[in-house]
Write a protein that binds this ligand. Structure first.
Ligand code: FES
Ligand SMILES: [Fe+2]
Length: 323
């Protein structure tokens, strides 16, 4: 496992809640670690995907009577990860050492979140979550994307690329200027306020306007955007699953103050197409790991959110996905 306490002690989404019904199990990968997710009596379990007997993948096994049964010799583990039955020696009490490594798992926003360490904080909060005035939509998984998680978060925070990568939707090549804006960094992350962006069609009427973006970085790999136009408010929680240092999976959890009767697909289609435009860019970036030394790449005033993000990652001692 990757030894970076900053990211090990954090929460990461690994699977949609609806992909794991009761009595099922499924393998996933997080921070170079194979995990098995399974659900019994409604509760999700996240374990190392490895039987302690001969190292077989438990995700090839089955869930039976609230136990996880290894496919190789049928050892059965209870929900605490202890082996409670060895079929070859049914009379024998399994040794206390016969225990699978278990992790913390939780569910929020339609996602299963896992921590491989000892999290000091809860799963990140989404400010609009308690507000029933917002329609919520989960989109994802997107990927795997062959890029490091911090490169993808930084791309999300970068507005100067809109006129080029997202011409006609998020930006307009004839209006590429970025006005100054302020960024604050505290122990809880980065906050960029009132970024003004000209967008060619923010109301779907074919008429352009200046819209306002506000960014937050809640965790090294979870960012947030609130977009305000004259008519609408829209926000996104953007967590990235760090599969390994150079492979990631992206998710969008969105809140809209309209579109209550639109199908989920219609809402997610636009955002999927935007992300599809970003993927070749982030996959092409070299070095693949995000350089935290500010001398390593060139930085402009319009990059100040990225600069603050890199500085903050450095301050909190993140090493995973960075150089
Ligand atoms: S390897 Fe799992 S029971 Fe033998
Ligand atoms: Fe983009």
């Amino acid at each position: 496992m990757i030894n970076d306490p900053v990211i090990k002690d954090d929460w990461h989404p690994v699977l949609r809640t609806d992909a794991l019904p009761d009595g099922r199990l499924i393998g996933a990968r997080l921070m170079d670690e194979d995990i098995v997710l399974w659900r019994t009596e409604g509760r999700v379990q996240a374990w190392q995907d490895l039987c302690i007997h001969r190292g077989t993948r438990l995700s090839l096994g089955e869930v039976r009577s609230s136990r996880l049964k290894c496919p190789y010799h049928g050892w059965e583990y209870n929900t605490e990860g202890y082996c409670v039955h060895i079929p070859a020696h049914p009379e024998q009490t399994p040794p206390a050492k016969a225990r699978v490594r278990t992790y913390l798992a939780g569910e929020k926003y339609g996602l299963i979140w896992v921590s491989l360490g000892n999290p000091q904080k809860d799963i990140p909060s989404f400010p609009e979550e308690p507000d029933p005035g917002y329609r919520k939509v989960l989109a994802g998984p997107f990927g795997p994307v062959k890029a490091s998680a911090p490169r993808i978060i930084e791309n999300f925070l970068d507005v100067a690329h809109f006129p080029f990568v997202h011409a006609g939707s998020l930006g307009d090549e004839s209006r590429p200027e970025i006005a100054d804006y302020t960024v604050e960094t505290g122990p809880d992350g980065v906050a960029a306020n009132d970024i003004q962006i000209y967008q060619p069609d923010p109301y779907g009427t074919g008429v352009g306007d200046v819209v306002h973006y506000q960014y937050r970085v809640f965790r090294p790999f979870t960012a947030y955007l609130a977009k305000q136009t004259k008519l609408t408010r829209f926000s996104i929680l953007f967590p990235i699953t760090p599969v390994d240092e150079k492979t990631s999976v992206a998710w969008f959890y969105m809140a809209l103050d309209r579109g209550y009767d639109l199908p989920d697909d219609e809402i997610t289609r636009f955002h999927s197409s935007i992300l599809a435009q970003d993927v070749p860019i982030v996959e092409s970036q070299r070095p693949e790991l995000l350089p935290l030394d500010l001398q390593a790449e060139l930085h402009l005033r319009s990059d100040r959110t990225s600069i603050s993000y890199r500085r903050w990652l450095s301050e909190i001692g993140l090493t995973f996905g960075t150089a």
